[in-house]
Design a protein around this ligand. Sequence first.
Ligand code: URA
Length: 189
Amino acid sequence: MSRTEDLAELIAAIGACQRCGLAAGRKHTVPGEGAVPAKLMFIGEGPGAREDELGRPFVGRSGALLDRLIEEEFGFGRENCYIANVVKCRPPGNRDPLDDEVDECSGYLARQLELVDPVVVVMLGRIAASRLLQRREPLKELRGQRFELGGRRYIPTYHPAAALRGGASVVTEMRVDFARARLAMLGAG
Ligand code: URA
């Protein structure tokens, strides 16, 4: 099977998933989307209301900021990278996903990483960073660093929702992290 067929099969499996309680409340699963393979992959936390409505990642206010930062810092559009989340179904009221929900979903994300095969993974927010890096430090302490795992480069940064709340200084820090990711993608950093 081709990589695209494997990914289509994975997305179908996610669409039918009943592994945790989030399945009961979802309108749509939000598996992820983008180029396959892709040098750059973004991983957020979990779908919000808009994403749940549409079945697509980062299509609400956070997504508009993410799209703008991708275009301005990488010089291409979201269709040139892959965007996914740690959990594929919306946690009620936008609460943080629970550890067991993240555990049940982790096989899907691991398989997506294999199939998308990015050089650089940008982790948006604490949930993605702590899960993928298996680190307990606050995000503030993780960001600013680059991590190497399994032949990929991992860059932690803020979640765009935190930048929407925190204002210009957080957006600036995200830009710095995106510039670091761009260098890592080009093999220069
Ligand atoms: N926040 C996330 O973490 N992911 C989305 O897809 C949308 C908002």
